[in-house]
Design a protein around this ligand. Structure first.
Ligand SMILES: [Zn+2]
Length: 81
């Protein structure tokens, strides 16, 4: 029997805000991303696991890991999805 399954990385932007970056000290857009791995079976995405949340500076590319709560709060405040 033919069986196809795979795990692929998944990245989704959940918010964006213009803030001062703690790395390059420039005021630049910060992207809030949800990153994870998604299990696909027969080309159907089943679920995402291993989720992490990061804030990425669009100026220097510096990524800061966030807690889920902090990421969700940022998404709620900026209202961007
Ligand atoms: Zn930066």
């Amino acid at each position: 029997m033919f069986f196809f399954a795979g795990v692929f990385p998944r990245e989704r932007q959940i918010a964006a805000a213009t803030l001062r970056c703690e790395h390059c000290h420039e005021v630049a857009q910060q992207r809030f991303l949800e990153a994870g791995s998604r299990l696909w079976v027969f080309f159907i995405p089943l679920f995402t696991f291993g989720r992490t949340y990061v804030m990425v500076c669009t100026n220097c590319g510096w990524a800061t890991e966030l807690s889920r709560d902090a990421a969700m709060r940022a998404a709620a405040v900026t209202g961007a999805h």
